[in-house]
Design a protein around this ligand. Structure first.
Ligand SMILES: Cc1cc2nc3c(=O)[nH]c(=O)nc-3n(C[C@H](O)[C@H](O)[C@H](O)COP(=O)(O)O)c2cc1C
Length: 499
């Protein structure tokens, strides 16, 4: 898929999109409709007639696992992770076929680099000077306590003024007036680092309305030196096409629906927020930099994309789950004993991380907790729960069982200190506070365990026997029971979200 329009066509073909023709107000009304739709596992919505605006509004494009898989063209999000691990785990080839496969992988990396083209539909309409007008767009005011409308699904493009390396990130933008917004660059983010590295002003471009993989890549927590558009190209299997900005020395996606160009001064800050955030709370007003628009470019009939964050689950749950799955191979490349991990949606991703490990020495769970607290954006995780390899980390009842059964809180709980998410309102001081580690693995004698009891399991012969004879018992009404018993993961939040 090259652009948002290809994606809308896919959604429509798959019965995943509803066009809303009624006039609907981007001021709060859209949020209430979307909140109900997301929580019911409903479709993407294209509001064709948003009140007071000249452009349609697309929302809930990522709101279910099925749509997220359609976006990536996969059966399961783990397939995307496998594509990444294929490259990360490349070994010297041992035969001709292996060499061919290796070359294909290398080619897919080489072809991932964004390509500059001379013209793009994003320049079909070019507004400059007094013609720039953000009120043309159906920018949502999401929650009653929000002081203004916020652009919520942007891909914000900057360059590191020292190295020239591009950064693309998703940061909300509170509208100040027709030609100015805030830029919500949180303290740990690469976009903010680019801004802080400048002496005067930094050019900024904001792409709105992209193919779904490129849009996702703006939210991906990549290391600073890796270009998000390159990752998008790799995951799409086709490079992202870029054109030169009209008023900024930056390249912008040629097929974006809308691009906002402008600059941010090093020393110009204003009071941004409050904002009804993905924490489920309003984040307090704080000083953030101000983005001045120098051009607004669009395709004819441009479609404006938006997302609502708030008390989970919301649409961003599936952007986060995509990240969880896609980054598993990279995490395992650094901490190979990790079998799997889960960032519960209700834990707002950074509040809780459940991780299963192949335990091979005393204290191993503690090593992994500290590894998580040292890994990229996972370092902001407040609570890490470590379980043994056989535990399904996505089945929260199973995890709770082992956290209860295997934990002596006097011995197995670690309280540490470290950086916390910018938005976390709980710690005494902003940005820094406590960390909780829970070692829920089976304990070894060296870890102070008395003889560890055996877990109760039925013998395989009896399970087979009952599977075979289930029909004879006359209790078919028990769902799933005749086929190995009710699935272990049947009640996980993950499955509830899959509705
Ligand atoms: C819907 C959505 C909204 C987001 N809003 C913000 C935001 O306002 N500020 C911020 O710093 N990060 C925000 N994030 C998270 C960043 O996009 C994410 O951390 C990304 O990796 C940042 O890129 P960077 O590390 O290149 O700066 C948001 C993520 C999503 C999915």
């Amino acid at each position: 898929m090259q652009d948002l329009r290809d994606w809308i066509a896919v959604l429509e073909r798959e019965g995943e999109l509803v066009r809303v023709t009624a006039e609907v107000d981007p001021d709060l009304e859209v949020t209430e409709i979307v909140d109900r739709t997301v929580k019911a596992g409903g479709p993407a919505l294209l509001f064709e007639n948003p009140k007071g605006a000249s452009h349609p509004l697309l929302i809930n494009q990522f709101g279910t696992e099925r749509r997220m898989c359609l976006a990536f063209g996969v059966e399961s999000l783990d397939d995307v992770g496998r594509k990444v691990s294929d490259v990360l785990e490349m070994q010297p080839p041992s035969g001709l076929m292996d060499k061919v496969r290796g070359l294909q992988k290398l080619k897919s990396i080489a072809d991932a680099r964004a390509q500059t083209v001379r013209h793009g539909p994003v320049h079909e309409v070019v507004l400059q000077g007094d013609d720039i007008d953000l009120t043309l767009l159906p920018v949502q005011r999401c929650w009653p306590g929000d002081p203004a409308p916020f652009v919520t699904l942007p891909a914000v493009i900057t360059r590191d003024p020292r190295s020239g390396v591009r950064n693309v990130g998703m940061y909300r933008m509170q509208v100040i007036d027709r030609r100015t917004t805030f830029m919500h660059w949180q303290i740990h983010k690469d976009g903010r680092a680019d801004w802080l590295a400048t002496d005067g002003r930094i050019p900024v471009a904001v792409a709105l309305g992209l193919d779904p993989i490129t849009a996702y890549s703006a939210s991906a927590p990549l290391p600073k030196h890796i270009d998000e558009f390159m990752m998008a190209g790799f995951l799409r299997g086709a490079p992202v096409e870029l054109v030169k900005g009209v008023t900024v020395d930056l390249e912008v996606p040629a097929h974006a629906e809308i691009v906002l160009e402008g600059y941010i001064e090093k020393d110009e800050l204003g009071s941004e927020g409050p904002f009804g955030d993905h924490t489920g709370y309003y984040t307090a007003a704080e000083p953030f930099p101000i983005f001045h628009l120098t051009a607004m470019t669009m395709r004819n009939g441009a479609i404006y994309p938006s997302i609502v964050v708030g008390k989970p689950p919301q649409e961003d749950a599936w952007l986060g789950k995509a990240t969880e799955r896609i980054f598993l191979p990279a995490i395992r490349a650094t901490v190979p004993e990790i079998v799997d991990y889960d960032l519960p949606v209700a834990g707002v991703f950074h509040n809780c991380c459940i991780v299963a490990i192949k335990k091979s020495f005393p204290g191993h769970a503690h090593k992994v907790m500290h590894a998580i607290w040292g890994l990229g954006m996972l370092s902001l995780t407040k609570c890490v729960v470590v379980v043994d390899a056989h535990v399904d980390v996505h089945d929260y009842e199973q995890v709770l069982f082992y956290a209860g059964a295997n934990v002596d809180p006097a011995r197995d709980v670690v309280i540490a200190e470290g950086p916390l998410d910018h938005l976390d309102h709980a710690p005494e001081r902003q940005f820094i506070g406590g960390k909780l580690g829970i070692d829920a693995t089976a304990k070894w004698p060296e870890e102070g365990a008395r003889p560890w009891p055996e877990e109760i399991e039925m013998s395989p012969e009896i399970r087979d026997l009952v599977d075979r004879r289930w029909g004879e018992y006359g209790i078919e009404s028990v769902p799933g029971a005749g086929n190995g018993g009710v699935g272990k993961t049947s009640r996980s939040l993950r499955q509830l979200l899959r509705r």
